[in-house]
Design a protein around this ligand. Structure first.
Ligand code: PEP
Ligand code: MG
Length: 610
């Protein structure tokens, strides 16, 4: 593309290494998105809208020019002369063809909406500023960013684009356009969610761990992704050709034709094997020795229920309701709005159970509404150990009862189960059950219909796993959140790539807590599910089956692979091996014990762990 390439120097192909979080291969042009600007809308405009979009850009430039001239004119006489000179610089940048002229070209040639085009061009120019020798000129980057912020704000104030971005429109829908991949330093889960039905074929971030919520959303989008690629967003340039190898965690920048051909081949192979696997969609998940296994789906939004059903899920094992609370400018969804969302998921599942988890806000999933003091805590202290999940819900009793009422009301339309995240204290259990009783009473008084809803606890803190018998007296079922159970057992921040090598599901302490929870729940006849990422990792399927797990909940895209493992598993064989695995005193031995029992399996072959 002319705009971005003008100042580019041809580089040799090179690789960056990160953590593989979502399998497959993506090949496309890099779209760099600065984390502060990820809330800029990214969508394609139809050819007939190009002129109108350029007009939006032009009007916002005129508005900002007025704004800056007025500011300059109204400067008090005692204002330092530098201020006026600074405004001159801003005005000059504003009218510089390198900014607005090139932005127009992004719109014309790529059909980006104006905001996206502007931020794409900002990335190009910012990089050029970074490379300048002269310190004074280098520092002008901040001025450019301020001018662009002004333009973006003016666009937000101005007449909105008169058309909605068509959901699911892909780059390839525009003849001659290249597929795009997203490159960012970091992407918050809420921002990631906005990209869910967007144009990107894959993504790379500098930071993040394999079970960070950003990675989880990427996996749910079923697009190849690599996180923790450290300097990726600094080294990769706007519009570079990039290959994302989501199996190995490798990013190839400016691939040579031969590398490109190799990856295109792998891409085709991986599509073929997916197609083959998808034929298992409607096959019941039964082991070789006849044990039926329940394969459920994890979803983030009600619309995902359709994907879950298509993938052959026999229910939803985890609806992460907190995603309904994000990207709302601080407003919480009302009871009715939540009810509609839950009802739509329940109805889409056509009588199959839907397990709705109450909000798990906090840690790497803050919401805009959090108070200043909460946010201060979020940033200054350790958010994963802070006001999160049920702790936050109990600190907002009105909000909590509202959510409980909405979930209960959805039970009138299908089978609903209620799941409570991150319980660690019996006092939390008592308060939760009291809130639930109160919510039911309020519904009864208002004459609102609801039916029996089973209540379960997530076991994701070692304290809960160790106190299981006491917890089980109050709950109908439990669901093991291995993502957090690993984080809290090993004291490893799941979103921190610096300690990602220590985040190990094979750690014997993790495996023993898991086993203890599964056998403990079964012993008293309560159902138990695993809904953390381990459930969707084929590396663990036989081990979990051998321990006694019969219910797995995962991203819909993983169901077929896990089903294939289930269909090939002989539980009598695996039950005999479990003891060796659990008896291992380090992660390598535990993993080796599983490999020994499955000679064809290698740890590297199965995406998630390593
Ligand atoms: C977990 O912790 O394993 C889990 C399923 O919950 P989340 O990933 O949303 O924290
Ligand atoms: Mg969790």
């Amino acid at each position: 593309m002319r705009v971005a390439r003008a100042a580019s120097i041809k580089r040799m192909s090179f690789q960056l290494f990160g953590l593989p979080v979502s399998r497959g291969f993506a090949i496309g042009r890099a779209v760099l998105v600065a984390s502060s600007r990820v809330d800029v809308a990214h969508y394609f405009i139809g050819p007939d809208r190009v002129d109108a979009e350029i007009d939006r850009l032009r009007s916002s430039r005129d508005a900002v020019a007025d704004e800056l001239s007025t500011l300059q004119r109204d400067l008090p006489p005692e204002a330092p002369a530098e201020l006026s000179a600074l405004l001159d610089v801003h005005l000059m940048l504003l009218h510089d063809e390198a900014l607005t002229g090139a932005t127009k070209q992004w719109i014309r040639e790529r059909h980006y909406n104006a905001e996206w085009a502007l931020s794409a061009q900002l990335e190009v120019l910012a990089r050029q500023f970074d490379e300048m020798e002269d310190e004074y000129l280098r520092e002008r980057k901040a001025d450019l960013e301020q001018v662009v912020e002004r333009l973006l704000r003016a666009m937000a104030r101005g007449p909105a684009a008169s058309y909605a971005p068509a959901p699911g429109v892909k780059a390839r829908d525009f003849a001659g356009e290249d597929p795009l991949v997203l490159v960012a330093s970091d992407i918050a889960p809420a921002d990631m969610l906005q990209f869910k039905r967007s144009v990107f074929m894959g993504f790379v971030t500098d930071v993040g761990g394999k079970t960070s919520h950003t990675a989880i959303v990427a996996r749910s989008m079923d697009i190849p992704a690599v996180v923790g690629a450290r300097e990726a967003s600094r080294i990769i340039r706007q519009d570079d050709w990039v290959v994302i190898d989501g199996d190995a965690g490798i990013v190839v920048v400016d691939p040579s034709p031969i590398i490109l051909e190799e990856y295109r081949f792998r891409q085709r192979q991986s599509e073929l094997s997916r197609e083959r696997l998808s034929r298992l969609r409607h096959t019941p998940a039964v082991t070789l020795d006849g044990e039926r296994v329940e394969l459920l789906a994890n979803i983030e939004m009600p619309g995902d229920a359709v994907t879950a059903l298509e993938a052959g899920a026999v229910g939803v094992g985890l609806f992460r309701s907190e995603f309904l609370f994000m990207n709302r400018g601080g407003e919480l969804p009302s009871e009715d709005e939540q009810f509609e969302a839950y009802r739509s998921a329940v109805q889409a599942m056509k009588g199959l159970p839907v397990t709705i988890r109450t909000v798990d806000i906090g840690a790497d999933k803050p919401i805009d509404r959090m108070s200043a003091s909460e946010l201060r805590h979020e940033h200054a202290l350790n958010p994963a150990l802070g006001l999160r999940a049920i702790r936050w819900s109990l600190s907002e009793p009105g909000m909590f009862r509202q959510q409980l009422r909405a979930i209960l009301r959805a039970s009138a339309y299908g089978k609903v189960r209620l799941l409570i995240p991150m319980v660690a204290h019996l006092s939390e259990v008592r308060l939760t059950l009291e809130a639930l009783a109160r919510a039911k009473q309020q519904l009864n008084e208002a004459g609102r219909a609801f039916t029996h809803v089973e209540v379960g606890a997530m076991i994701e803190v070692p304290a809960a796993a160790l106190m299981l018998p006491a917890f089980l007296r109050h709950f109908d079922f439990v669901s093991i959140g291995t993502n957090d159970l690993i984080q809290y057992t090993l004291a490893i921040d799941r979103a921190d790539e610096a300690v990602a090598h220590l985040y190990d599901p094979w750690h014997p302490a993790v495996l023993r807590l898991l086993s203890q929870t599964i056998t403990g729940a079964r012993a008293v006849g309560k159902s138990v599910c695993v809904c953390g990422e381990m459930a969707g990792d084929p590396m663990f399927t036989e081990l979990l089956l051998g321990i006694g797990l019969r219910s797995f909940s995962m991203h819909p895209s993983q169901i077929s692979s896990i089903k294939q493992r289930v269909l090939r598993a002989d539980l009598r064989h695996w039950a005999a091996h479990v003891e060796h695995v659990l008896g291992a005193d380090d992660p390598e031995r535990a993993c080796a014990a599983v490999q020994f029992a499955t000679p064809t399996l290698s740890r590297e072959l199965t995406g998630l762990q390593g």
